[in-house]
Design a protein around this ligand. Structure first.
Ligand code: FMN
Length: 233
């Protein structure tokens, strides 16, 4: 059985194509998760709508607690980390993390950054090896193959990694660094572009992205069938 963590980060609650002013990234995550489940109904999904319910922004108490060794955590520190622990548990449980996200002001929405800040956790998702001062970071989410599917929407065009306007888009590179830091390195990017341009350009981009979602599901479902996920003991 494969477990999906489905995250939506758009501030817009509706789905484009169904609701007025709906979200294009939510359209793509809806396509991905619903098509995945029709191909593999035995698989399970945890849903986090961080666009509508953003994770807390980390504060002084959080930082003091997150860098205190487990055995010295006081009750108030455990309380300060409770939300983070829940989000980390959800990430650890996932085989595929599906992230629907807009591009806001050249990067990820604040809600998605808040989620990243909650899940990058010393001792839980990353370890520090003091014997290697040059690169002390040891990712912890390498116990099994995890994939991240980043389904983005943006107003401009030609902003995919490697394209002419990629310098205006720090979303995918930032996510790749943060996820890779924890050990999630199998990344897949699909985006709807041209939301601010509209018309035929946007319509064609939606059609292309939806067809890429279908192709990615076909590819991943074959991969997951061939390499069954190891169940925890
Ligand atoms: C506050 C805000 C900032 C935005 N910044 C950018 C940007 O930097 N680059 C861009 O191409 N589009 C930008 N856009 C357009 C969004 O990426 C676009 O509307 C996208 O479709 C939003 O995702 P959603 O449809 O899932 O809500 C911005 C939109 C908003 C509301």
């Amino acid at each position: 059985m494969t477990h999906i963590l489905h995250i939506d980060a758009s501030a817009r609650p509706g789905i484009a194509g169904t609701d007025n002013h709906g979200s294009h990234s939510r359209h793509l995550t809806y396509q991905f998760v619903s098509q995945w489940q029709s191909g593999r109904p035995q698989d399970t999904v945890t849903y986090r709508d961080i666009g509508q319910n953003p994770p807390s922004i980390i504060n002084h108490d959080w930082i003091a607690s997150a860098f205190t060794p487990e055995e010295r955590l006081e009750p108030w520190m455990k309380e300060a980390l409770a939300e983070s622990d829940q989000l980390v548990d959800e990430l650890i449980a996932a085989d595929i993390v599906v992230i629907g996200t807009p591009l806001y002001n050249f990067g990820m929405p604040a809600a998605l950054k808040a989620w990243i800040d909650q899940v990058v956790r010393a001792g839980r998702t990353v370890e520090f090896d003091d014997s290697n001062p040059i690169d002390p970071y040891v990712p912890k989410l390498i116990d099994r193959e995890r994939h991240a599917v980043v389904l983005a929407a943006r107003g401009g065009v030609n902003m995919s990694p490697g394209e002419e306007m990629a310098h205006m888009n720090h979303l995918e590179p930032h996510l790749a660094t943060a996820l890779g830091f924890m050990g999630i390195t199998r990344l897949h990017y699909i985006a709807i572009e041209g939301q601010e341009v509209g018309g035929e350009l946007l319509a064609a981009s939606v059609v292309e992205a939806v067809s890429q979602v279908k192709a990615l599901i076909d590819e991943l479902q074959v991969a997951f069938q061939e390499a069954p996920i190891s169940e925890p003991a």
